[in-house]
Design a protein around this ligand. Structure first.
Ligand code: KG4
Ligand code: ZN
Length: 336
């Protein structure tokens, strides 16, 4: 079975083709960074319009590069995400499936992230704990199998990626903020600043990042932000954010008695986070699995893979377009 996957939930147009026997055949991405840079954040209306402009040509180019034009199903991100952006992928994906007389599957964006390490040769077995960290979500999930997801912790306010993005803005760094903070932190002086690790000194697996973001803003407002100081603050922010995530991951692994950890979503591309978690598991307590950095951020490959999993299990969508801007991953049906 060969599945075309379409991702348009936010500011990246992604398309991929996954083949049950051969694995990922091809994937292509059109980034909207240049469109949103002037605004310092994603402008939903501009995102939707650009998806409309690039999606069909990107699908045509992806199918051409797949070698064999045969497709057995179409999968598209149906939520969560920006309504206008989602509707572009949902309506085009569902219509193509109808026109080609193929089954269609609306995919949960975070399930796409969660399953993205399955695109690698070093795949995790079930069960595992997943840390899903993106611009809109910070989730700790106990994963028993595909569709068997228990949310152990979530953010009470800002997602961690959002905190990276907003902190970068306060520091006058480039957009998108996550990679810009990581970049600046590389020349930061370790431990010149020491920022709080929110909600780590009490039990529980929820996150809160808005206090850390406000803490940085208060310091930045009363400090001359020369390039070294900016780098030092970026280092301390990144250190605090990563430490907080690592503490909660280890707590979740212990609580559930798991020995495998999956880290995915845009913030999962952060090399210091990967280093920190890999080191923490080096004592033999757990193994960490990541997708390659380009599959941490939004892409069509993970949607093609999740689509193959769901379509191969016999799941398919009926004809109406269904886009769900809010959708809990724990509401997905399990696959046996
Ligand atoms: O998964 P993703 O591409 O889109 C959403 O589903 O939101 O995640 C985007 C988020 C942004 O907040 C971005 O700043 C963050 O991931 N990000 C990073 C890094 N690369 C992307 N955060 C920290 N370090 C990075 N290297
Ligand atoms: Zn995402």
């Amino acid at each position: 079975m060969r599945v075309l996957g379409i991702e348009t939930s936010c500011d990246d147009t992604g398309v991929g083709v996954y083949d049950a026997e051969k694995g990922l055949l091809v994937h292509k991405l059109a980034s909207q960074v240049e469109i949103h840079r002037d605004y310092g954040g994603v402008v939903p209306e501009l995102a939707a319009r650009d998806h409309i402009r690039v999606l069909m040509p990107l699908i045509t180019a992806t199918l051409a590069d797949a070698g064999d034009p045969r497709i057995d199903g179409v999968a598209y991100t149906a939520g969560p995400g920006l309504m206008g952006a989602l509707l572009v992928g949902v309506s085009l994906g569902r219509s193509l499936a109808f026109g080609w007389q193929l089954p269609a599957a609306g995919i949960h964006h975070m399930e796409g992230h969660l399953l993205s390490p399955m695109l690698e040769t070093n795949k995790p077995d079930f069960p595992f704990i997943a840390l899903l960290v993106s611009g809109g979500h910070s989730l700790l999930v106990d994963v028993l199998g595909i569709g068997s997801y228990e949310i152990l912790g979530t953010t009470l306010d800002d997602a961690v990626g959002e905190a990276f993005d907003k902190t970068a803005k306060v520091l006058g760094l480039d957009y998108p903020g996550g990679p810009a903070i990581a970049d600046a932190a590389r020349s930061g002086t370790p431990d010149r600043y020491n920022f709080p690790r929110p909600m780590t000194n009490r039990p529980g697996l929820d996150f809160s990042f808005s206090g850390l973001k406000t803490h940085v803003r208060n310091i930045a407002e009363h400090t001359l932000l020369d390039s070294q100081t900016t780098a030092d603050i970026a280092w301390a922010f990144q250190d605090a954010a990563i430490d907080t995530l690592a503490i909660k991951c280890i707590r979740a692994l212990k609580q559930k008695g798991r020995r495998r950890l999956v880290v995915a979503g845009g913030v999962g591309a952060n090399l210091e986070l990967r280093k920190r978690l890999t080191n923490a598991g080096d004592n033999g307590m757990f193994t960490v699995y990541y997708p390659r950095p380009e599959f941490c951020t939004d892409n069509g490959a993970m949607i093609a893979y999740a689509g193959w999993v769901r379509l191969a299990s016999g799941q398919k969508d009926s004809l109406p377009f269904v886009a769900r801007p809010r959708w809990s991953i724990s509401d997905l049906p399990p696959i046996n």
